[in-house]
Design a protein around this ligand. Sequence first.
Ligand code: ZN
Length: 180
Amino acid sequence: MNALIVIDYTYDFVVGNLPVGQPALQIEDRITELTEQFCQDGDWVVMAVDAHDKNDPYHPENSLFPVHNVRGTSGRELYGKLNDVYNNHQEKIYWLDKTRYSAFCGTDLDLQLRSRGIRNIYLAGVCTDICVLHTAIDAYNRGYGLTVHADAVASFNHEGHCWALGHFAAAMGAQILPPD
Ligand code: ZN
């Protein structure tokens, strides 16, 4: 079994309070297709979704970014077609609240992967050079095999996006799909 980890593809990160914008909109179809495909193939699908508490004075992102992905707000809902797929396959998809960039930080993701015997993870979502990158680093350090779907990750920072894709391959041995 493999795992697809879809990172932060929410309203706030696509078009809301902290928007990636056009590059995120461009991956909507592919990210949705991948989620459907992994569900149909009997693989494990994780929606790793940033969660902030309202008025949390201690969060390190407070000084870095505008308020986003606050628990209980529509900004935390999955965006567009991905939300439809999630609603159709809820029993097959694991919703993972995360409070830092990495989906491994402060969550039970590693335990859930281990209990299923999963050694290879596939990454999609936003931002390529922030939350996808930090999740990839933690996966690499824990010995997981990595595949990054270059056509299903995006960032507001084009240079950062390109740099991160190179870094996944060169420094973590990740497979980048589709191949050049
Ligand atoms: Zn955040």
